[in-house]
Design a protein around this ligand. Structure first.
Ligand SMILES: CC(C)(COP(=O)(O)OP(=O)(O)OC[C@H]1O[C@@H](n2cnc3c(N)ncnc32)[C@H](O)[C@@H]1OP(=O)(O)O)[C@@H](O)C(=O)NCCC(=O)NCCS
Length: 166
């Protein structure tokens, strides 16, 4: 562990944590597209919804609902490859409400503590901004993630049922 350039901190061995915001969300587009594909494959009822969704739509929705956005991403040792990211936000309409919007670690880099590092950073940011209600959505089909988030104090509250748009 040690400090690097501004906005950069040495973290999990061999990886570097970097900070961004609204202006450089596009950096994580390729990984978000993998996450979206994964959701589409796992979803039993809304495959097409995910297939229709694209990054521009997702980014616009994120910017519309957020008063502040934190992007944290992790790069490999050479600083060339983004191996994982977490986007979190504070609601525009109520700054006591915050969300972990998107978390994805490239498959070959999982189980190395990168997800945990990103989650702790996001929660710390939300806590620091006085966000009382912290939430996240888990897509049906991706129930494995429910277990993962439990360790950070997130628990299932309710299940949203939505009508398919056909
Ligand atoms: C879920 C995800 C972000 C975890 O990231 P990661 O970097 O592999 O996780 P970590 O290395 O920080 O794991 C930390 C701990 O959780 C455990 N863990 C990892 N994945 C888990 C899972 N799916 N269920 C339960 N525990 C899990 C690890 O064993 C580890 O435990 P340990 O520290 O006691 O050994 C990653 O698997 C991922 O990107 N999955 C696909 C996308 C996704 O599902 N995103 C979340 C939904 S939006």
């Amino acid at each position: 562990m040690g400090n690097g350039a501004a906005g950069t901190t040495r973290t999990v061995d061999g990886f570097t944590l970097k900070m961004g915001g609204e202006a450089n969300l596009d950096l994580v587009r390729p990984l978000w597209e993998k996450l979206n594909r994964m959701h589409s494959e796992l979803s039993p009822h809304f495959k097409q919804r995910y297939q229709k969704m694209d990054w521009q739509w997702r980014k616009a929705a994120l910017l519309k609902k957020s008063k502040a956005i934190l992007l944290k991403y992790v790069v490999d040792d050479r600083g060339e490859t983004i191996v994982g990211y977490c986007i979190s936000s504070i609601a525009r309409e109520d700054e006591t409400v915050g969300e972990i919007d998107s978390l994805y670690i490239a498959e070959e880099y999982r189980k190395a503590g990168i997800g945990k590092l990103l989650m702790f950073n996001a929660i710390q940011w939300l806590n620091g901004r006085g966000v009382k209600t912290q939430r996240l959505l888990v897509g049906v089909g991706n129930e494995r993630a429910i277990e993962y988030y439990r360790q950070f104090g997130f628990h299932p509250l309710h299940i949203v049922l939505q009508k398919r748009e056909e």
